[in-house]
Design a protein around this ligand. Structure first.
Ligand code: DAH
Length: 346
């Protein structure tokens, strides 16, 4: 009754011509749209003229035809969409020019002071030290008085100071942390204090007004110079990865008694003399000493029960030695070409 086969074949031929999803949609409208061939078939047939048997056959044929037509169209649509996608990808690939130079993605780097500080902290933490910090804007009391440097003491002139309003100063050394830590933690105590220090100085290749120190403080019962030397040798052994020869010379600092300058046998010439050690065979490295009883007292620690040692390393100087940096002004230059030479290897 209905030319099902011929309509389906007509539909297949139309779909075969449709190259894009949009063209498939046009075919759908042509067959199944409001005025489409198959839709009209249902609308234009006068059902009343058909007998009951014919009506049923016609109805089921029409439904089957619609179902098959929808299936064919859906399959064609999926196929054309996939092809359109593949075409778009091929086009994008064709546009990719492999001869263009790549994007410059810079590797991050840590500042050499940061690298030295991280190394120091790891070494001292391994020996049971706490890592503490204190304020850069400091009181005269912690920076000088508590360290046995009274107002008229000539040692105040050794460290030219930046004065702020209200009697505050920029700390001239990390030693300012010593009494703060003793007040807070008492004895026994094992701590290091890395940090930035400031001095009112004219700048040149070896002088900066802003630099980094790393202070150390150990307070316990029966601490002696032997403990100081042992810790310093352990530290330098870790930094230089071999046994390091050291010597102590007397040095004066009001907050230690006795006070020393710890020299290290020059690691560049093994003590034979070179330009780094100015041909002396030794490098002046770490001022240190046994904590003065007055400093312990200022921190509320009884000097009859406890003793201690302290040291103040120049971290900036250590970084110069370690990386062979010739001019101290490079550290604060903010020049990326400088910092980028110390890539992080984790
Ligand atoms: N604070 C001193 C300075 O900046 C360095 C120093 C010397 C620190 C002896 C110490 C020490 O802890 O015991 O020149």
């Amino acid at each position: 009754m209905i030319g099902v086969e011929s309509i389906l074949r007509e539909l297949e031929a139309a779909l075969a011509e449709a190259q894009t999803p949009e063209q498939v949609e046009l075919v759908r409208v042509r067959f199944l749209g409001r005025k489409g061939t198959i839709t009209l078939l249902g609308k234009e047939t006068d059902f009343r003229s058909l007998g009951p048997e014919e009506r049923r056959t016609f109805g089921s044929q029409l439904n089957e035809l619609k179902r098959q037509a929808e299936e064919l169209i859906a399959a064609a649509l999926a196929d054309r969409r996939q092809r359109a996608q593949a075409r778009a990808e091929a086009e994008a690939r064709a546009k990719l020019d492999l001869t263009l130079p790549g994007k410059d993605r810079r590797l991050g780097a840590l500042h050499p002071i940061t690298l030295v500080q991280m190394e120091m902290e790891a070494i001292f933490e391994g020996m049971g030290f706490m890592v503490l910090t204190g304020p850069e804007v400091e009181t005269e009391y912690y920076n000088f008085d508590a360290l046995n440097i009274p107002p008229d003491h000539p040692a105040r002139d050794m460290q030219d100071t930046f004065w702020l309003e209200g009697g505050l100063i920029l700390r001239t050394h990390t030693s300012a942390n010593q009494v703060r830590a003793l007040e807070r933690y008492g004895a026994p105590l094992r701590a290091i204090f890395p940090g930035r220090c400031f001095r009112y100085e004219a700048m040149d290749a070896s002088h900066e007004n802003t630099f980094y120190q790393l202070e150390g403080l150990v307070v316990d019962r029966d601490i002696s110079v032997a403990n100081l030397i042992a810790v310093m040798k352990a530290l330098l052994g870790e930094v230089f990865q071999r046994e390091v020869k050291v010597r102590l010379r007397p040095g004066f600092f009001p907050f230690v008694e006795p006070g020393f300058e710890l020299d290290q046998q020059c690691p560049f010439c093994q003590g034979n003399g070179c330009s780094v050690c100015k041909h002396s065979g030794w490098i002046e490295l770490i001022p240190c000493g046994l904590v003065h009883p007055k400093v312990l007292e200022a921190g509320g620690v009884d000097p009859h029960k406890f003793s201690g040692f302290a040291f103040g390393m120049g971290m900036t100087r250590l970084a110069m030695l370690k990386f062979g940096i010739p001019d101290i002004r490079l550290f604060n230059s903010g020049d990326l070409r400088f910092c980028e030479q110390f890539p992080v290897v984790l």
